[in-house]
Design a protein around this ligand. Sequence first.
Ligand code: SF4
Ligand code: SF4
Length: 340
Amino acid sequence: MCGRTELGFLVYELTEACNQNCLFCYNHWRPAGCNPVDTRLARHTLRKILSQAKIGSISFSGGEPSLLGNLHDLVLKCRFAGSNVNVLTNGTLLTEADIRNFASLGIGTIQIPLLSHNCSVHDSLTRLPQSWEKARASLELALGILGADHVAAVLIVTARNASDLDPTLDLYRELGLRTIMVNRFNIGGNGIANRRELELAPDQLRTAFRCISDFSVRHPGMSFASGVCTPMCLMNPDDYPGIKFTSCTTDLRQRPLAISASGDVRFCNHSPFVLGNIYQRPLREILEDESLIARYTGVPQECSACHLYPRCKGGCRAASEQLYGSFSRIDPIAETLLAK
Ligand code: SF4
Ligand code: SF4
């Protein structure tokens, strides 16, 4: 019996269910509907994961993780196993008691989307009335209880909220936020059907990121990070010094994998492709499977001669899997670029 495999980072999707139905939601299952919350399954699978892997940091995601009544027990299990825990929530269901519990459990970061300074823009994106008030209230509570080092706002940049970013960025500062995750709309899930109204033209996307980068440079106490890989021929990180761009490795042992409550292992939370299931095969074996590793070695045709490929990797190719059913194709956002 081998020891537990070591993972730096894992996204654990506790449930497919969500009380919102965001226009941009990239969950691959959402357009077809989702399985209901299953608290026992989520707990059982977490136990299985922790028996197979030693994990540096686990992000609880979904769907909406706070739909689970036993969320704090699950956080506690991870903390006992020595893992840092982050909670990625829409913030609409959290109570003060929930956040105080997170504080006592030593949670890492709680991430809550606040998509605009304008409540009707936010609510039109989440398709849940009053979600803006609730998300904002949860951010304020979390900032007061956990402190700014443990709270991040999430901004998904779409055609609906990109035209007046300055007041949104000012709101983050007024609330006392210091960490903002800023991701461009990445096609997948609900976003496939809503692409035309959410996707920005290349120059609009660059203008939006320039605005965020400039704001960040003016406010050095705040940090902005972008976690969705983007083709560098569309947006070169070097042009946005105020934003920290993360890159995406194809090494299965080194990257942030996603595991669902049913035990399915995927390349990331954007990818729909199931590498294997931990109830059928140990995680270590899945990650060492040569045929699966080979799946991620192809280079998109458009990128074959590009010197930027080692850094860029053709953008987010989990989005290519969602749209084209293939990891070997360039990020679909490049279509927009190449069409210009
Ligand atoms: S993006 Fe998040 S909050 Fe919105 S529907 Fe998807 S899981 Fe729910
Ligand atoms: S690697 Fe591909 S997507 Fe990235 S900059 Fe080069 S051509 Fe564009």
